[in-house]
Design a protein around this ligand. Structure first.
Ligand code: FES
Length: 675
């Protein structure tokens, strides 16, 4: 140790070393490999390199640390404060603070390049910040008669010298921007560099608002989040209905539209691109930014949406063998697919897994990483097509199952989307068969005082997906429907809510209160539609469990909007998902969207998901011989033969129906052989 050397310890990394007195802290940090951000290259302009001194005695490291052990606040820092406002208490710019004596330095999370972004959702993976596009600020020398090289060559040289990034090229569309960007006296210029190989954007002076958008294109809705690429923060979020609905409610009807109309594919492509462009404008306005600040777009979608957005005709995905045009990630300029952001903004689409399992499922796998958790994890993303992932640390199996739109309220007589007035929670008294329910628009149960007043503005208009799951499960638990799913007309004597409709029976959940309302009724056909949907989902899950050689799962994650809203126990009563400790069945929120955000903010996540998908095993439900057998078994509630011990240790099963002499008589009549 040279006499004049001082000790420095950086927290939280714990890296430490000895440096000559007077060493700038940023240099010491870099020398030790401490993760500290900088855009301006140590010029005191960007404020990204902030640190604070931790005072006290650190016996283990033999360091007495004090703020006086750093150089005093300097003129550059004063200027920075004048321009940008005061620094947080105790903060310094590490590029303009030197070591005078031993010190312990804290590098706050926001000053780290590769910081972790903690997601709000419980049990979710954090996101590591390492975007594919990075900003660099440089000042380039004046051209001289002696040096005939162009401004671009001087820029590239400055980037090499200041930042060590070599071999850069410039996107042609940005060439004319260089002159305009170099009009400042200090010839300071910020560039965006994509994947450390191409300069994609150029700004005069210090530019600090790199933006990215993560988009989840669903067949019903499109959701987007505008993120700050330097902090990972979500600055604004917005959603819009997928305008393709006018060409078909579900995916297959849109494919049929394309088959029947030669211009159909183009119309669908234009519709979705317009919707996304509208979101880009809306989000930029919400965040008071410019659409040109958007440098990256990461996107997840099911295979049909994915293909249509990219301008690929989706008809091959409508029939076996459901051939994808590409299953690899797509990396393109956003403008090539008609998306209006910065002219060189990049679009990254996550890989598709199979003809029915798209980039949205890849997003779910990326966000949930079920193949990294302990034990056996089942992830289910319910939409009109359910995507199912079953994984442990050895294998990752994927399939999709055609559940249809019943869980979204379609094909249900009183069904509707989850909007104002829709019934979303239901309980049925097992003795009286009287229901109580909650509707979107009020927190009150329907049997509580004030409910009718609270709903008077919009009324009770129908029932949405989560309500359907609950009402059918409650009907089963109350004995209104049999395990085979038949509405028991024999109960009409006990309750006026059991109503005959032709040859079958229905359950009246809500009597219309006004002339504008209709009764909300659960018909025999509604129950049947739910049985078909849940049996398809369960059969898909069983195929994967067979393939994995397991009869149980340790953990179930329900992804998507539907998964966030349904009652886990009611879903299990219906037999939508297999038996599992209810405490280990949780919502994963919009996991596909979270995967898009991870891919947007962390380029390593792109490599990770491409590698993972390469090893995923696809099971094609459409041709699996056992699908039909599992489907038939899963039609019963909760299942014809699979036991549900965890569920029924917490939920009282329906009472076994007492067999009356009438029933015996009827059965005898039914079973008497024909003579
Ligand atoms: S590195 Fe930019 S202010 Fe210190």
């Amino acid at each position: 140790m040279a006499e004049a050397d001082v000790k420095v310890l950086f927290m939280p990394s714990g890296r430490r070393g000895l440096f000559p007195r007077g060493t700038p802290l940023l240099d010491a940090a870099r020398n030790l490999g401490v993760d500290i951000d900088s855009v301006c290259g140590g010029r005191g302009l960007c404020g990204r390199c902030q640190i604070s001194c931790v005072t006290g005695s650190f016996a283990k490291h033999q360091i007495e640390s004090d703020v006086d052990h750093l150089s005093p606040f300097c003129a550059t820092e004063v200027k920075f404060v004048e321009r940008k406002g005061p620094l947080k208490e105790g903060r310094r710019l590490s590029c303009h603070t030197t070591l005078l004596d031993d010190a312990v330095i804290d590098v706050p999370a926001e000053s780290q390049v590769h910081r972790q972004i903690v997601r709000k959702e419980m049990e979710s993976r954090d996101i590591r910040l390492d975007p594919a596009t990075r900003l660099y600020y440089v000042q380039i020398g004046e051209p001289t008669l002696e040096d005939p090289r162009g401004e671009l060559q001087l820029l590239i040289e400055a980037l090499e010298n200041d930042w060590g990034v070599t071999g850069l090229t410039l996107a042609h569309s940005q060439l004319h921007q260089i002159q305009a960007a170099l009009t400042r006296e200090d010839r300071g210029i910020t560039v965006a560099v994509y994947q450390e190989c191409e300069i994609t954007a150029v700004w005069p002076g210090l530019f600090e608002q790199p933006r990215g958008i993560a988009i989840d294109v669903g067949s019903t809705t499109v959701a987007a989040h505008l993120c700050d690429l330097k902090t990972g923060e979500v600055l604004a979020s917005a959603g819009v209905m997928n305008p393709q609905i006018r060409y078909g409610e579900d995916l297959m009807s849109r494919v049929s539209y394309v088959m029947m109309h030669p211009e159909g594919a183009e119309l669908l492509t234009l519709a979705i691109r317009e919707a996304i462009n509208g979101l880009l404008v809306e989000l930029s306005e919400q965040a008071s930014g410019d659409i040109n600040d958007i440098l990256e777009i990461a996107l997840v979608a099911n295979p049909i949406m994915h293909h249509i957005l990219l301008g690929i005709n989706p008809v091959n995905l409508g029939t076996a063998p459901f051939a994808l045009t590409t299953s690899d990630p797509v990396d393109a300029r956003a403008i090539e697919v008609g998306l209006i952001a910065h002219p060189e903004a990049r679009l990254y689409c996550l890989p598709c897994i199979a003809g029915h399992v798209g980039a949205d499922a890849a997003g779910v796998i990326l966000a949930e990483a079920p193949h990294r958790g302990e034990g056996m994890t089942l992830v289910v993303d319910v939409g009109t097509n359910a995507e199912i992932v079953l994984a442990n640390q050895e294998r990752l199996l994927v399939c999709s199952s055609p559940t249809g739109p019943a869980f979204e309220g379609a094909q249900i007589s009183s069904g509707q989307r989850a909007t104002m007035g829709a019934i979303e929670r239901v309980r049925i008294d097992r003795d009286t068969l009287e229901p109580r329910f909650k509707s979107i628009g009020s927190d009150l149960w329907s049997n509580e005082a004030g409910f009718l007043e609270a709903m008077s503005g919009h009324g009770v208009t129908g029932i949405c997906g989560s309500g359907i799951i609950e009402v059918v499960a409650e009907m089963y638990l109350a004995g209104v429907i049999t395990p085979e799913g038949v509405v028991d007309g024999g109960l009409a004597d006990r309750s006026a809510r059991i109503r005959q409709e032709g040859r079958t029976w229905s359950y009246v959940l809500h009597h219309a209160e006004t002339a504008d309302e209709s009764d909300v009724v659960i018909t025999q056909n509604d129950v049947r539609q739910i049985q078909l949907a849940k049996a398809a989902l369960y059969a898909g899950i069983k195929l994967l469990m067979d393939e994995m050689g397991t009869s149980s799962v340790d953990r179930i994650r329900l992804a998507g909007a539907f998964g966030s809203h349904i009652s886990v126990s009611h879903a299990m009563v219906l037999g939508l998902i297999p038996d599992c400790d209810l405490e280990h069945v949780t919502s994963a929120g919009n996991a596909a969207g979270a995967g898009a955000r991870m891919a947007l903010l962390d380029r390593n996540a792109r490599i990770e998901i491409a590698d993972t998908i390469r090893t995923a095993e696809r099971i094609e439900t459409a041709v699996a011989p056992d699908f039909q057998r599992h489907f038939v078994g899963a039609m019963a509630l909760p299942h014809q033969s699979d036991p549900f011990p965890h569920l029924f240790s917490q939920v009282e099963p329906p009472k076994a129906k007492a067999v009356t002499s009438d029933d015996t008589l009827k059965r005898r009549r039914r079973t008497r052989p024909n003579r």
